[in-house]
Design a protein around this ligand. Structure first.
Ligand code: 1PZ
Length: 211
């Protein structure tokens, strides 16, 4: 992974995460998140409490990916099957498996919905649109429902420190505004597809409220 963010690479990693059978490779899903962390870091230190949480979740999943049971952690589908069949998930309250792959990935999954909503707003925004408003609208529609008051407040403060729309477009390193908008139009259906496949899998297995 290079230090500078590129929207193109995020697109490529999420594209690689989908198998022919429409399963999701955890390795590339995580790689996509690593790119997004690089993006957040390039926006400034206010976001470090957010990126730290993402980094720690990526680390938990990477440990599974390189651990002795790695053959079960190739796709989200195989992970869910393996962890459920072997009682490795705390289903109703936190207990002996507070850091299961399923609950860890669920946190990133919920955040992916935020990303989808935010990028869609950015794609269709106009020159006078405010990134802080786009971010917080997307947040209130998605992640906020899963966060306690204190975190919602901290996130609200962080949103106020967001750079403007022009900076956002520049940081994406994908050319001029028109090119960024085009690339967003290409990326969003992919992100939405990865999100939906995971959502359906988690819903089918009653995993959407994991503690
Ligand atoms: C570009 C601007 C970035 C805005 C980010 C908007 C989302 C705000 C998310 C705030 C997370 C706050 C810190 C940690 C929260 C954790 O408690 C929760 C639940 O995990 P648990 O405590 O159950 O282990 N973590 C999350 O919900 C994961 C949050 C990930 C946020 C990812 C943001 C994506 C940024 C992409 C950049 C374009």
């Amino acid at each position: 992974m290079a230090d500078t963010f590129s929207l193109q690479r995020v697109l490529e990693t999420f594209r690689s995460s989908l198998s022919e059978k429409k399963e999701v490779y955890i390795k590339y899903y995580i790689a996509g998140w690593q790119e997004l962390v690089a993006f957040m870091n390039s926006l400034g230190n206010v976001f470090s409490f957010i990126s730290k949480d993402v980094v720690s979740k990526i680390q938990i999943l990477e440990n599974f990916l390189s651990g002795e049971n790695r053959s079960h952690y190739v796709t989200i589908q195989s992970m869910v099957k393996y962890e459920l069949e072997n009682d490795l998930v705390d289903l109703t309250k936190r207990g002996s498996h507070p850091e299961s792959g399923c609950r860890t990935l669920l946190r990133l999954h919920r955040a992916l919905r935020w990303l989808e909503l935010f990028l869609e707003r950015l794609r269709t925004s106009t020159e006078d649109s405010k990134t802080s408003v786009m971010c917080s609208d997307a947040y209130n529609e998605s992640l906020a429902q899963h966060h306690p008051w204190l975190i919602r407040k901290a996130v609200g403060v962080a949103f106020c420190a967001l750079p403007g729309r022009d900076t956002f477009f520049d940081v994406m390193n994908a050319g001029d505004h028109t090119q960024v908008v085009a690339l967003l139009g290409e990326s969003l259906p992919l992100i939405a597809e990865v999100y939906q496949i995971t959502e359906d899998l988690y819903a089918k297995n009653n995993l959407l409220e994991l503690p």
